[in-house]
Ligand binder design. Structure first.
Ligand code: MG
Length: 274
């Protein structure tokens, strides 16, 4: 089976947004995932929607980000990212619901996040608390007619599957990022993709090289096609699982180089995505 999917860009809505939108327009990219702007800027959903419309880009997923999160190294991610850290959980859950409401105002059918390191101790109080937290957020998203997408990488695909089964909500899905599997040392991306199969409702096209000691230190994020994700095999695996959604290019650097790397990513995907 071959599926020609629309391309997309992962876009952070900060002061460089106009340049990113211009790049999207120049490259004729029809879709975008966005990182939700900060609370103050979320008052202007209509203005943001208009900017994307003018660029010819449909927003497909809104990602949550929270103040206090740090991706400095893997232990810092575990301590600071997502809904897992207990000290910030209730406040961030409120904010995630607000972001879901903001996504609804934009008319976007999915909210997404890095939920954090959920681990595999199913009977622990912390794990049960995370199941309940995810259920509450899923139920809020459902009222907004949205799915909730969990970003991959901070656990193995088996652990993620187990968590999704425990949460047991029909609108819970996966944003599959093959590079994260490598960066966090959580398993080979392609078998993980095939295992998650129909749960995958959005993807990041991102590339990375394995660390010398995977899971203990970061791998290295690199431009699409230059890392250890076999992009041709990735596209083939997406065909096999019947994924027909956008191919959203993510490059986690800033400035002009980010846009140049994304442009090269577009060229690569235009060759492979047939
Ligand atoms: Mg990603």
């Amino acid at each position: 089976m071959s599926l020609q999917r629309p391309l997309g860009l992962f876009i952070v809505c900060d002061e460089a947004l106009p340049a990113r939108l211009q790049a999207g327009r120049q490259l004729s990219i029809p879709t975008a995932q966005i990182l939700a702007p900060g609370r103050r800027d979320r008052l202007s959903a209509k203005a943001l929607a208009r900017q994307f419309e003018e660029a010819g880009m449909q927003i497909t997923v809104v990602f949550c980000g929270f103040s206090g999160e740090s991706y400095a190294d893997i232990p810092t991610v575990a301590a600071t990212v997502g809904l897992v850290p207990p000290a910030t959980r209730s406040q961030r859950l409120i904010e995630a619901k607000e972001i879901s409401d903001f996504a609804a105002e934009l008319g976007v059918p999915a909210t997404a996040l890095h939920i954090g390191f959920i681990g595999d101790e199913l009977d622990s109080p912390e794990y049960r608390a995370m199941v309940a937290t995810a259920q509450e957020l899923c139920d809020h998203c459902r009222k907004n007619n949205q799915r909730l997408h969990l970003e991959t990488g901070q656990e193995t695909a088996q652990e993620l599957l187990k968590f999704i089964a425990e949460v047991n909500r029909p609108n819970l899905a996966v944003n599959f990022d093959p590079a994260n599997m490598i960066l966090y040392g959580c398993g080979e991306p392609l078998p993980a993709l095939k295992l998650l199969g129909p749960l995958v409702k959005s993807v990041h096209c991102k590339d990375a090289k394995w660390a010398a000691h995977p899971g203990k230190e970061w791998g290295l994020e690199v431009p699409l096609g230059e890392g250890d994700v076999d992009m041709a095999a990735f596209i083939q695996a997406l065909n096999e699982i019947g994924y027909a959604g956008p191919l959203t290019i993510e490059r986690e650097i800033v400035g002009d180089q980010q846009l140049l790397d994304m442009q090269k990513g577009v060229e690569l995907l235009n060759r492979l995505n047939v």
